[in-house]
Write a protein that binds this ligand. Structure first.
Ligand code: F3S
Length: 393
């Protein structure tokens, strides 16, 4: 493996033992993946930081790195944690869990992380076309690659910490030109009108992931609504939930989309989409949960506009970033006045809905539906508009 002089120095311990260990792991992983060199990254995004994910051992691992005095070499953001750090008492978080989570946050922050506790780093700190990143969080990876044209593999949570420390990622997969070539074509002509009319972008993404599973789909004739950021985010998050895909080249959306001849072509069918929408039809709905991925400030405004003049009769919970709450502070106050519960720093999946008294819920995110079902909740999947009708009926 070719290493630059600076990388060699780090590996040889010139900048300290802790950094050398991080570099050693990054180089080993790169070799296993078949990379011939590393690539400088412009940012990192760390996921899996909930105390539930990490456990005592994981927390200690991050603390040990921080105790060595290590600092992130590049701007590094952090995914949602196990609870809202301001509303933890309301969320029924015990003091042991609180302490564990805060130790993670303190350690990451002392290493220089921007602890946004959100899965939409592409809105808070958007990368540029062609930037190389080390992001761990599938919805963020898919958005960065597919909509912005930045380059990142789907990194693992702990590995992204090491990449952030050395400022490098293995130059392999989606970092390379060849690794970004489409592997299969998918035509959405037969489903586009239905999706457009119903707003089922999330189910569409889940279906795409279930069909393609791996590789890079080239999407022809997508519904026009996929050009809207909120729809494409719901779509891509669900692609990530049902597959290992990290880049989807969408006609009219992705800067790198080019028509390619000779690829195997799959025609999406309505019956397959119905299978997805029929999968989550719970009649029992304790609450409506929106915000997977986290809502942007613009989506909070949209939500308020859709609810204005109506009465919220059903428990409606919204998950967003602290940054979005600050940007849209007035809107959030108005939403709360309408009875909407707004949470930051966490989400319906990494947090614990049971401590909020929920056994069932309705969501507009097939990603959330998938993970919440695995956690034992009964789920109803619908479009955002349908959910708001349900909340106000
Ligand atoms: Fe984000 Fe949680 Fe969904 S991290 S993408 S809101 S599962």
């Amino acid at each position: 493996m070719f290493l630059t002089r600076k990388e060699e120095e780090i590996l040889n311990g010139v900048r300290g033992e802790g950094l050398a260990l991080a570099m050693e792991t990054v180089v080993k992983v790169a070799e296993v993946l078949g990379a011939t060199r590393l690539v400088e990254i412009s940012s990192a995004h760390v996921s899996g930081v909930s105390y539930k994910n990490l456990g005592e051992e994981g927390v200690e691992f991050i603390e040990k790195l921080a105790d060595k005095g290590l600092r992130f070499a590049v701007p590094t953001t952090v995914n949602p944690a196990g609870f809202d750090t301001c509303a933890y008492a309301k969320m029924g978080v015990g003091s042991r869990e609180y302490q564990l989570q805060m130790r993670v946050i303190t350690a990451l922050s002392s290493m220089g992380a921007k602890v946004i506790l959100s899965c939409i780093p592409y809105i808070t700190y958007p990368p540029k076309y062609g930037d190389h990143l080390a992001w761990a969080e599938s919805n963020a990876v898919l958005y960065a690659n597919s909509v912005i044209g930045a380059r990142t593999n789907r990194e693992g949570g702990p590995f992204s910490i090491l990449e952030a420390l050395v400022g490098r990622a293995p130059y392999v997969g989606l970092h390379t030109k060849e690794g970004r070539a489409p592997t299969i074509a998918v035509d959405m002509q037969a489903v586009r009108e239905f999706v457009e009319e119903k707003g089922y972008y999330s189910a569409l993404g889940y279906l795409l992931g279930s069909i393609v599973k791996t590789g890079i789909p080239l999407v022809y004739n997508p519904p026009n609504g996929l050009r809207r950021p909120s729809n494409v985010r719901l779509f891509l998050a669900s692609v990530g939930a049902s597959s290992s895909i990290g880049l989807t080249l969408i006609e009219g959306v992705s800067p790198e989309f080019r028509r390619v001849k000779g690829l195997e072509m799959i025609d999406m069918e309505l019956k397959d989409l119905f299978e997805i929408t029929e999968k989550w039809r719970s009649e029992e709905v304790d609450a409506i949960v929106i915000g997977c991925p986290h809502l942007s400030p613009g989506e909070l405004v949209e939500l308020l506009n859709l609810l204005k003049g109506k009465r919220v009769n059903k428990r409606l919970m919204v998950f967003t970033s602290r940054w979005s709450i600050i940007k849209a502070a007035k809107v959030v106050r108005e939403l709360e006045n309408l009875g909407v519960e707004v949470y930051a720093d966490t989400c319906m999946v990494v947090g614990d809905l049971s401590t909020l008294g929920l056994r069932s819920c309705a969501t507009d995110s097939a990603k959330a539906a998938y993970y919440l079902t695995n956690q034992g909740y009964v789920v109803y999947l619908a479009s955002r508009n349908e959910l708001l009708d349900l909340a106000t009926s």
